[in-house]
Write a new protein. Structure first.
Length: 155
């Protein structure tokens, strides 16, 4: 099982990088479809990564993922809510709401995993976010800079 997950973690980034680049101009809705594909790929990577880091058995995974999905959806709603209000949210208040959600779900995770592994959920999640952030920075740095022709001033 670990060999399969390890192989998956090694092969998936290669498959993602092997995809041909797609232009921004195209059919209407194509950008949204690309975003959904990227979100799906990131979700698959997250599942594999967390499964490996938490060393989930099949039985644990069967119970863990529905709870984790509810947790991530609740966290997304909290972020969306603060953005949709149209005003700058109080940072401490928003962080407190998110902390409350984490505390609630830590108890739920402890019903499935040991307390140490339940705590590791949040650490692994943070580690994954950091790795994804670094990967995006590296890709942006490697991307060739577009040079646009200089426009002549209007006369």
């Amino acid at each position: 099982m670990k060999r399969i997950i390890s192989t998956f973690l090694l092969v998936l980034p290669l498959m993602v990088m092997a995809q041909p680049p797609r232009g921004g101009a195209g059919r209407p809705g194509e950008g949204r479809q690309m975003q959904e594909e990227k979100r799906d790929r990131l979700e698959a990577i997250s599942i594999a990564y967390l499964t490996k880091e938490l060393e989930l058995t099949s039985a644990e995974a069967e119970k863990f993922w529905p709870v984790y999905n509810r947790y991530t959806e609740e966290m997304r709603k909290e972020v969306r809510k603060s953005i949709e209000n149209g005003k700058t949210p109080d940072m401490l208040e928003r962080q407190q709401h998110m902390l409350d959600i984490r505390k609630k779900y830590q108890q739920d995770f402890q019903k499935i995993l040991s307390p140490e592994r339940a705590q590791k959920v949040f650490m692994a999640e943070q580690k994954l976010k950091e790795q994804v952030r670094k990967e995006l920075e590296n890709r942006r740095a490697e991307r060739p800079q577009r040079s646009f022709p200089r426009q002549r001033p209007l006369q």
